[in-house]
Design a protein around this ligand. Structure first.
Ligand code: MG
Length: 160
């Protein structure tokens, strides 16, 4: 059996009055991500980790933000399509671990729903998906709420 690991990283700028989607869940917030898609920066980092594990490039290559097809798209669709690619290459997800760095709002109340939502889209048990949230102690662009930053790591197993 072959195993592969991948990491993903994404940042989106934040602005007042935009919807905030993270981990496939709508978060109550006065600020949201500026984006071509729904701006779900957590799913974007996760997709990049999945693609990276199989050296398939990145999310921008597969779902270009210059394409009208992906304008305002629900990022869960991008995750589903990424998982189809993973499956077509003969791999399945072992586990995923995601860290969201955001100063506000508090994300703790949403963590379990994000895990359940992502696990549902990827067709894995919720125990295979970890979501963690941290502030940056008001330091840097995250600390000033100018942006949201996400790191994702995945482990894939081959189906043979
Ligand atoms: Mg993105």
């Amino acid at each position: 059996m072959d195993i592969r690991t991948g990491n993903g990283y994404d940042v989106h700028a934040l602005a007042e009055g935009l919807p905030l989607w993270l981990g496939g869940v709508r978060i109550e917030s006065e600020i949201g991500c500026i984006a071509h898609s729904d701006g779900d920066v957590a799913i974007h980092a996760l997709c990049d980790a999945l693609l990276g594990a199989l050296a398939l490039g990145d999310i921008g290559k597969h779902f270009p933000d210059t394409s009208d097809e992906f304008k305002g798209i629900d990022s869960k669709i991008l995750l589903r399509r990424t998982m189809e690619l993973v499956g077509n290459h003969g791999y399945r997800l072992g586990n995923a671990d995601i860290t969201i760095a955001m100063q506000r709002p508090k994300l703790a109340p949403y963590i379990i729903r994000m895990r359940e939502t992502l696990a549902g889209v990827m067709g894995v048990p919720v125990t295979a998906v970890s979501v963690k949230a941290t502030t940056t102690e008001k330091l840097g662009f995250v600390g000033r709420s100018e942006g949201c930053e996400v790191f994702a790591t995945v482990l894939l197993f081959s189906n043979e």
